[in-house]
Design a protein around this ligand. Structure first.
Ligand code: GLA
Length: 583
């Protein structure tokens, strides 16, 4: 058994000074068969530690559930870190930010409006107690003190940017100790104003989150953490992208110079991200500082290791910097090879609005428009239906987040939260169906924990509509939909919301990159796995298909297209295209 402590100047592993050279990999953003590869490549860059968040809403997707299998097997992930001879840092939140849906907080928790968000409100604390009690056993038994890799555990996340509730932080500290955590606890905050103090407690080690001006930031941090090792707990060497912006990149040499400054100053570091991975399915978060900006599917982050696990120029620049200060393994990871290319054409399609019975049950609501949470639905798509006796202007208090309107099955327009739209002119009465997309919950700031769907009141010419049917859509099993599809043929594309299908052959597992030129917006599924959202507005042009999803022989592709396509073909291309950068 070992010890890990915070000394007067250094971290101490078994009493010896230990410089943390960590890289962030989120197990929940990487296919589990690829974890070992990514961890190994972190060690080859010269890192000695892997850091991960723990997303509460993935582990507990519905009240009373706890999932820790496959992609959510945190214990196995930590065992792989140990097998690579590395240490681990765990950041279980309960709030994680991370461009992750709702910053990791379960949406179901806030269905009861009396439950507080990131405060010492009792209902919230009771739920946190339950989550930590379920998840921490995977960590506690894997601390260095018990022969495992875990050396540090973080309390909350950048709490100083959100609140100032000391009782809440104290509750978390007492809780993790009660659950058996005996490695040192720390907090991370942006080195500005009073955030470092507001986000911490005197007994917790304070660290900073920043990506530039390292010397200045470390000096600020030193003022607020007068003793012990300095640590940049999130060294932002890249950044995430939102739909409709360019692809963010940072200069490898400039990032490497910042890393050098950190290491020369004797600081410890966690490279955020070392390997970003993917926001599969409907897991992406969003920002909203007055304008709602959902995060794209790729979480490549312009990190040293790409979304698909290959070293970049930044990887080699970082490796060189680390080698100036510490020994680095001689082995280097290979660069990406071209993936198999080819065209796949969908051969059948089911019209979405004609197939709703196959995707979920409708519930009648006599009253104001319900939220999707009222229907026990926390992600993806929901259909609202009502009958209108006349034409008029329909208004919504707020659309969360994107609503497509259909009168008697015909598309009549879209309202987008991002564009601040709240009114649509309807040319006639009839059966109104509204296909509402939750584009990802806000993960930073005061709008975490908010409801999704059509926010009441929804009115027609000023009169509230109080008769609804609401139907959550579940894309977990597409077999019945495929069965119900009709053959799609001819040269044209597909009209209206649809789910279309194709088979394609593969020689076995192996990464692919799927390009959807000519398609508008939706999600793609490979062998039933939801790869994430695509959108013609970009910047992202290709979706990453992790190799282990493919099998030898016939594989199945399904495309949920919300609007229409110019073509029935999609392309497998040799490599990723995350869109234009600023240069
Ligand atoms: C903050 C958060 C992280 C992440 C980064 C931006 O530092 O702590 O979870 O959101 O910003 O990528």
């Amino acid at each position: 058994m070992k010890t890990f402590e915070i000394g007067s100047q250094d971290f101490l592993l078994d009493g010896q000074p230990f410089r943390i050279l960590s890289g962030a990999i989120h197990y929940f953003r990487v296919h589990p068969d690829l974890w070992a590869d990514r961890i190994h490549k972190a060690r080859l860059m010269g890192l000695n530690t892997i850091e991960t968040y723990v997303p509460w809403n993935e582990h507990c997707p519905h009240p009373g559930t706890y999932v820790d299998e496959g992609q959510l097997d945190l214990g196995r992930f930590l065992d792989l870190v140990a097998a690579e001879g590395m240490q681990a840092i765990v950041r279980p939140g309960p709030f994680i930010c991370a461009e992750w849906d709702n910053g990791g907080l379960p949406a179901w928790l806030f269905s009861d409006p009396s439950v507080g968000v990131r405060t010492s409100e009792p209902g919230y604390l009771a739920a946190v107690d339950g989550f930590f009690h379920a998840v921490l056993p995977a960590v506690v038994g894997r601390q260095v003190t018990r022969g495992g890799p875990v050396i540090l555990l973080q309390i909350e996340n950048e709490y100083g940017a959100y609140g100032k509730d000391e009782a809440y932080l104290q509750h978390l500290v007492d809780l993790v100790k009660r659950e058996g955590v005996d490695v040192p606890l720390f907090t991370c905050d942006q080195p500005f104003g009073s955030m470092i103090e507001d986000g911490s407690l005197p007994e917790l080690h304070k660290t900073g989150t920043f990506g530039s001006r390292a010397a200045e930031r470390l000096a600020f941090l030193r003022d607020h953490q007068p003793t012990g090792p300095l640590m940049c707990a999130e060294f932002w060497n890249g950044w995430f992208d939102n739909w409709g912006t360019h692809h963010h990149t940072t200069d490898a040499a400039a990032s490497a110079a910042e890393l050098d400054t950190l290491l020369s100053a004797g600081a410890s570091v966690n490279v955020y991200m070392f390997h970003g991975g993917t926001n599969f399915g409907f897991t992406n978060g969003a920002n909203d500082k007055g304008i709602y900006e959902p995060t794209i599917t790729s979480y490549d982050y312009d990190a040293p290791l790409t979304e698909d696990g290959y070293p970049t120029d930044k990887y080699f620049a970082f490796r060189e910097v680390i080698a100036k200060h510490f020994p680095v393994p001689a082995e280097v990871p290979a660069r990406r090879q071209e993936a198999p290319a080819g065209t796949v054409t969908v051969t059948s399609a089911a019209a979405l609005l004609d197939s709703l019975d196959l995707l979920g049950e409708a519930v009648r609501v006599d009253g104001p428009a319900p939220t999707t949470e009222d229907a026990g639905h926390y992600r993806g798509f929901t259909v609202y239906t009502t009958h209108l006796s006349q034409a008029g202007v329909l208004t919504v208090a707020e659309v969360r987040d994107r609503a497509q309107f259909f009168l008697d099955g015909r598309p009549v327009g879209v309202l987008s939260r991002e564009l601040g739209e709240r009114a649509i002119a309807l040319p006639s009465g009839g059966r109104l169906e509204v296909l509402v997309e939750d584009q990802g919950r806000v993960n930073y700031g005061q709008r975490i924990g908010e409801f999704k769907g059509l926010m009441a009141p929804v009115k027609l010419d000023g009169v509230e509509i109080v008769e609804w049917a609401i139907r959550p859509l579940d894309f977990g099993d597409l077999a019945a939909l495929r069965e119900a599809g009709s053959p799609a043929s001819g040269e044209g594309g597909l009209a209206g919301p649809s789910v279309s299908f194709a088979d394609f052959e593969a020689e076995g597992p192996g990464d692919r990159y799927l390009r959807l030129d000519g398609w508008t917006k939706g999600n793609v599924f490979v062998n039933g796995f939801n790869l994430g959202r695509y959108w013609s507005r970009g910047p992202q042009k290709t979706l990453y298909v992790p190799g282990p999803l493919l099998r030898r022989g016939t594989n199945e592709l399904a495309i949920l297209e919300l609007h229409g396509s110019t073509t029935r073909a999609v392309q497998f291309v040799p490599g990723p295209d995350l869109g234009p950068d600023e240069k």
